[in-house]
Design a protein around this ligand. Structure first.
Ligand code: FAD
Length: 603
């Protein structure tokens, strides 16, 4: 048996984005020893890319806001298949988490009277997103990292976890490798928190970083946890589409929150044509009112560009499909038009949207204070993920917790912008707290060395193959296939075909060979990520097939309407004893009367 270097902690947190850092801080504060593992360097997690802001009903800009309105907005955005208890905890606790970030040193933009400023975002009734220009994620990571490094958390950077280790039913450790040298490592722990982020890299066009290969979901699935609502993948309406090298990079919703409008090749503001019935009373029906809303007029209704993301994305796809797109296959997003309304518009845009200004200037040679942007939908966020207990964040595997984008339930069929940054700190904190509690109540388990040997052998197997398949080609084929067959608009035939292709890609992935040695070898890393991407892709396709209706982010052209049969169920995916992927429909827990009443009142 090989002798691998072993590390030992009470709580091991896998992932150092906002959720992982917040969990590590909380566990450490509870007095247990904490290890924090991440694929990249500390501070470089995907959270750093978040732009628009963090949603919390602070009521600083509009004092009509409170947790009840936030809860009702989140449930409506999620089309009522959210785990209501998570949505409730999130709405109630987000303001405290934001104030805590401020107390730890986050410098949010301010109102004139010195309070945390909040901006408009799609689906939120009132201005609710605390922000730092369009670099909110950077400030959050900086703050959490600064706070965390003083707490004695042991950080293992550039380490990738390949498998979770169990003693009977309970999770007792993790096995992985350090990316620089390729050496294997064992992490023993009494409790584990998965905070590995999203799955965007399963698709060709995505706003997600290279880390988002669904590792946590696949690790949890293999360990016996269930995945919930995998069909709900959010396609953000506005990603860059030109030049090709930057395709998919996000154009924050903050642009529309600051007054940006969407137009087609005929110059028409097409979003006015498609206001859904249930949003009609909240949505402006003329440009002037929409603009007044962006300027903070409390009496005005919001512009149609700020309807939910799924709706805006589908309207954009419609314009493109019907031949009213821009030259590179998108539509126009125009913030420059506000110069008609504001004498100092260029400075205003640069101050409110500095990253967007530089992003377009440097990557596309476009000055957004003068010209409109070309944008199109990009795969952005996974509403589905690891099923956890809403209060304590533990999966059905004892000792295995999950928080942040890799966990699921709060967002239902669609997430409102800004609700992820608040989700990761609300539930990151809870996961850390309850993982520490679990660790105090349990001892270290036994490591199964036989299992270790199998994982280690599989890990190095690509070096022993003759390389009949190339890892990058298999990854590319998977991403293109998911984009084409399990994308924004879905139907049964295409998704059945996708499942066949996934089987084929699995066989090809098993033949992938890599050359060179284990020292920082990107081909090898890509090969190891492939299995996770294949697992999440299959889960998305199976869940999307099972939900025979259109709801939130899932649009089925063969079932274009909502269906009562699916109004109160979640899809649940798990691994069967024979190794196959199983899916079942699980009824939602009954919502208590006081929350039903909140929703009624807010209607
Ligand atoms: P991440 O920040 O993705 O961190 C995942 C961590 O897990 C990383 O450290 C990674 O290295 C590690 N990891 C992954 N796999 C492994 C493995 N196998 N082994 C070890 N470590 C692993 N949301 C909002 O609410 N507001 C916004 O304004 C906003 N803007 C966004 C802008 C962009 C461009 C994007 C892409 C997303 C945005 N989002 C926004 C969404 C939000 O940023 C993410 O959902 C959130 O940051 C996810 O945080 P996380 O902690 O769950 O995971």
């Amino acid at each position: 048996m090989a002798d691998y270097e072993t590390f030992q902690h009470d709580v091991l947190v896998i992932g150092a984005g906002g959720a992982g850092l917040r969990a590590a801080i909380e566990a450490s504060a509870a007095g247990v020893s904490v290890g924090l593992v991440c694929k990249s360097l500390l501070g470089k997690a995907h959270t750093v890319m978040a732009e628009g802001g963090i949603a919390a009903a602070l009521g600083n800009v509009d004092d009509r806001d409170n947790w009840k309105v936030h809860f009702a907005d989140t449930m409506r955005g999620g089309q009522y298949v959210n785990q209501w208890r998570m949505a409730e905890l999130h709405a109630k606790e987000a303001p405290d988490r934001v104030r805590e970030l401020e107390a730890w040193g986050a410098v949010f933009d301010r109102t004139k009277d010195g309070r945390i400023l909040q901006r408009n975002f799609g689906g939120h009734k009132y201005p609710r997103l605390a922000h730092v220009g369009d670099r909110t994620g950077l400030e959050m990571i900086r703050t959490l990292q600064d706070h965390g490094v003083h707490q004695g958390i042991e950080v293992y950077m550039e380490h990738t976890i390949l498998a979770l280790l169990k003693d009977g039913e309970r999770v007792v450790g993790a096995f992985g490798y350090e990316r620089e040298r390729g050496r294997f490592r064992i992490f023993r722990a009494k409790a584990i928190v998965l905070a590995t982020g999203g799955i965007g890299r399963a698709y060709k066009i995505t706003s997600n970083s290279w880390e988002s290969t669904g590792d946590g979901l696949a690790l949890a699935y293999e360990a016996g946890a269930e995945l919930i609502d995998m069909e709900f993948v959010q396609f953000h309406p506005t990603g860059m589409i030109w030049p090709p090298s930057v395709m998919g990079i996000l154009v924050t919703e903050g642009v529309r929150g600051e007054g940006g409008i969407l137009t087609n090749s005929e110059g028409k503001r097409f979003m006015f044509d498609s206001i859904p019935e249930n949003y009609r009373t909240q949505t402006a029906d003329n440009s002037e009112e929409g603009w007044r809303y962006c300027l903070g007029d409390k009496e005005a209704r919001r512009p149609p560009e700020l309807l939910t993301r799924d709706h805006v994305a589908r309207c954009i796809v419609r314009e493109i499909k019907e031949g009213r797109g821009s030259p590179h296959g998108g539509v126009y997003l125009d913030i420059a038009w506000i110069k008609e309304k504001m004498p100092n518009s260029a400075e205003h845009i640069k101050r409110k949207l500095p990253s967007m200004y530089h992003q377009f200037k440097q990557l596309a040679d476009i000055d957004i204070t003068e010209q409109s942007m070309e944008v199109g939908p990009t795969t952005h966020y996974a509403m589905g993920g690891i099923h956890v207990d809403p209060d304590i964040q533990m999966s059905r595997v004892p000792g295995l917790f999950a928080a942040g984008e890799c966990a699921a339930g709060i967002n239902g069929a669609n997430r409102l912008g800004g609700n992820s940054l608040s989700d990761i700190v609300v539930f990151g904190k809870r996961a850390g707290e309850f993982a520490a509690k679990f660790a105090k109540e349990n001892s270290l388990g036994q490591i199964d060395h036989g299992k270790l040997e199998i994982v280690a052998r599989e890990g190095v197997a690509p070096f022993e193959r003759n390389g009949a398949e190339n890892p990058y080609q298999v990854q590319k084929d998977l991403q293109e296939m998911m984009q084409d067959l399990v994308g924004i608009v879905r139907n049964e035939n295409e998704m059945r075909s996708a499942l066949g292709k996934i089987d084929n890609l699995k066989s090809r992935a098993a033949k992938v060979g890599v050359t060179g040695n284990r020292e920082f070898n990107p081909g090898w890393h890509t090969t190891l990520d492939l299995e996770n991407l294949l697992t999440v892709s299959e889960a998305i396709a199976r869940a999307a097939l099972e939900r025979k209706e259109s709801r939130g982010a899932q649009f089925r052209e063969d079932y274009p309407n909502k269906d009562e049969r699916f109004a109160k169920v979640n899809t649940m995916i798990s691994k069967a004893p024979d190794g196959s992927m199983q899916i079942r429909l699980e009824p939602l827990p009954e919502m208590p009367d006081y929350l039903k009443q909140v929703i009624e009142e807010m209607k």
